[in-house]
Design a protein around this ligand. Structure first.
Ligand code: DGT
Ligand code: CA
Ligand code: CA
Length: 579
């Protein structure tokens, strides 16, 4: 269990206690402990290894909780937590996942109406009886129905790519300890960099299979072994993620890697192309149909070449038009395929927060850490004043921050901090700063954080008014969606893209793995319409430049080259965009 999972357990226990009506003090203790663990800089597993008593040094964790966490870390479960968890009907916990429903409401619904799960809640809302409960009303009843509709749309069996990637990398590290493993890669949707993954597919090239399979199922984070076979095995990890393993002869690794990377649609199209050439493709290689003679299998490059295609990057293998673009008959080294942008192409990050608003690090720490990974400049974009809850900056504070930035810029050589702001789009589409401030800012990132549920026509009018503001430079997280948590605003994204084109506004790929907004599909539409894209970390911590890779994944899935992304520009060129 990592810190995040431990924090989730603590949060959940706090929620259960709150539903049960346990005293405030105990409830708060769990919730505070959860936050504290989440923010703790060291891995609790290391702490427990060193000395479990060190747990008590974490703010909000005393002797008792320390013991529970120790047990959780060592055994993957805690008897006390299990006892609490089974003391309420399991459906009550599911209800907490509906937007707008917290522990207090679950308690209310259960105690007043004996509502035990989401379907009973939906029925009660439809029957109109929720509205009459104390503290409720027609409006909150309607919101709950909307929350349930939204919840049912999420595919909670899929995990965010960041989680899948982390689990895959740890597993691969474990697998490398097995001397039989000659080659190992992850394949499937993770390798294609899809925003969520149904499972993690690992592929190993080896000569002797049994030892590899033994090593696979004996991994410490395995919760359940689903299959333990001679070519295939599958497990569920503590985190709930399923991992499939295929072991193939390392001589045929390329063919297997291509097959298991998919997508299924891509594979089908490749097979069709091969068929027309009298060839057959499967996970073992490319064969001549007539003689069954193998002609390629060692590397993916060999496989593509054998069927008359240029190498197609995994991110493009969705069975769309990548095959047509990759035909060898198309001129140029890459034919009709784009030379996809890479992480190393980025020169700047244009959307991040410091401790002036809701970030955790100082402007200086942000600048130094982003500089140390090779960036040449950043735009500090703390929130504007409406975002009071996140410590949004009023005009006075903004001007004060400018002084700090000027000072830092004098000291930092070969690196520049731009003065920016993430300015809120107000309900009527106006921006949360006056023109006097806006015109002084180097970078104006506009974003909608509130009023996400306005009716479509009103929402469109609002966003387009903001895009038309002459000071708007970048539209941040354009849809507002959060993966598995909150759907996008009710808008016509293609029209928003058109408005950005007309008004010379750059659209952001927000790299936070929970957002990944714009989506790959809309990125490609924006590119085709000639709208420039920014890839930003939206970092709230000086190490969150690490998130940029997820933005790059989305950009690559949207067929973007270096030229399509403004973060690859030198500062002079960047500022000319909006001249
Ligand atoms: P996921 O797991 O839902 O996020 O998506 P994938 O693409 O990782 O799908 P998965 O794990 O079911 O299978 C991994 C790859 O194996 C898939 O992308 C292509 C290949 N594959 C699986 N089943 C078939 C199939 O029936 N036909 C073909 N041509 N390929 C398949
Ligand atoms: Ca998969
Ligand atoms: Ca799979």
């Amino acid at each position: 269990m990592d810190n995040k999972q431990i924090a989730q357990s603590l949060q959940e226990i706090g929620d259960i206690l709150e539903i049960k009506g346990t005293d405030r003090f105990r409830v708060n203790a769990y919730h505070n402990a959860s936050r504290s663990v989440l923010n703790y800089s060291r891995d609790l597993r290391d702490l427990v290894d060193e000395d479990p008593r060190l747990l008590e040094k974490i703010p909000g964790i005393g002797k008792n909780l320390g013991k529970h966490i120790d047990e959780l870390v060592n055994t993957g479960a805690c008897r006390e937590f299990e006892r609490i968890r089974t003391s309420i009907p399991p459906g009550l916990l599911d209800m907490l996942r509906v937007r707008g429903v917290g522990p207090k409401k679950v308690k209310l619904f259960f105690s007043e109406l004996k509502i035990k799960d989401i379907s009973a809640l939906e029925q009660a809302a439809k029957d109109g009886i929720l509205a009459s409960l104390p503290g409720m009303g027609e409006k909150s009843q309607k919101e709950i129905l909307e929350g349930i509709a939204e919840h049912s749309k999420f595919d909670l069996d899929r995990v965010m790519i960041s989680e899948a990637l982390m689990e895959a990398e740890k597993y691969i590290e474990h697998m490398r300890d097995c001397s039989e493993v000659k080659r190992i890669e992850y394949a499937g949707s993770l390798r294609r960099r899809q925003e969520t993954c149904g499972d993690v597919d690992l592929l190993v090239g080896a000569k002797i299979v049994e030892k590899v399979m033994e090593h696979f199922v004996s991994y410490g984070d395995v919760m359940k072994v689903l299959a333990h076979g001679s070519t295939k095995s599958a497990v569920i990890l503590e985190s709930g993620i399923q991992v499939d393993l295929r072991v193939v002869d390392d001589e045929a690794f390329g063919a297997a890697l291509h097959y298991f990377t998919g997508s299924k649609e891509h594979n089908i199209r490749v097979r069709d192309i091969a068929k027309k050439k009298g060839l057959k493709v499967n996970e073992y290689g490319v064969f001549k149909r007539a003689s069954n003679k193998i002609i390629a299998c060692k590397t993916e490059e060999d496989v593509f070449k054998a069927v008359g295609l240029k190498y197609i990057e995994p991110e493009l293998r969705e069975g769309l038009d990548e095959i047509t673009a990759a035909k060898s008959s198309v001129k140029g080294a890459k034919g009709g395929l784009p030379r996809l942008i890479e992480l190393k192409d980025l020169k700047c990050d244009l959307h991040m927060h410091s401790d002036w608003s809701d970030g955790k690090s100082s402007v200086k720490e942000m600048a130094e850490n982003y500089r140390d990974v090779g960036l040449k400049y950043i735009a500090m974009c703390d929130h504007s004043s409406v975002m009071g809850v996140t410590g949004g900056l009023d005009i006075g504070k903004v001007q004060k921050q400018w002084k700090e930035i000027d000072k830092l810029n004098k000291k930092m050589r070969g690196f520049k901090i731009l003065k920016g702001s993430e300015v809120d789009i107000l309900k009527d589409g106006s921006l949360d700063f006056s023109d006097e401030i806006l015109k002084e800012l180097d970078i104006v990132v506009i974003a909608a954080h509130m009023y996400g549920r306005l009716p479509k026509a009103q929402q469109m009018k609002r966003l387009i008014a903001a895009i038309e503001n002459p000071y708007s430079k970048i539209l941040a997280h354009p849809s507002g969606r959060m993966i598995n948590r909150r759907g996008p605003m009710d808008i016509d994204m293609v029209k928003i893209i058109d408005a950005c084109k007309v008004n010379n506004v750059v659209m952001e790929i927000n790299s936070n793995p929970l957002r990944l907004d714009l989506t790959d599909k809309h990125v490609r539409i924006a590119k085709d319409k000639g709208v420039k894209i920014a890839i930003n970390s939206d970092g709230h911590d000086s190490n969150q430049h690490e998130l940029l890779k997820y933005g790059i994944f989305v950009a690559r899935r949207g067929w973007l080259t270096k030229n399509d992304v403004i973060n690859t520009y030198d500062l002079d060129k960047l500022l000319k965009i909006w001249e």
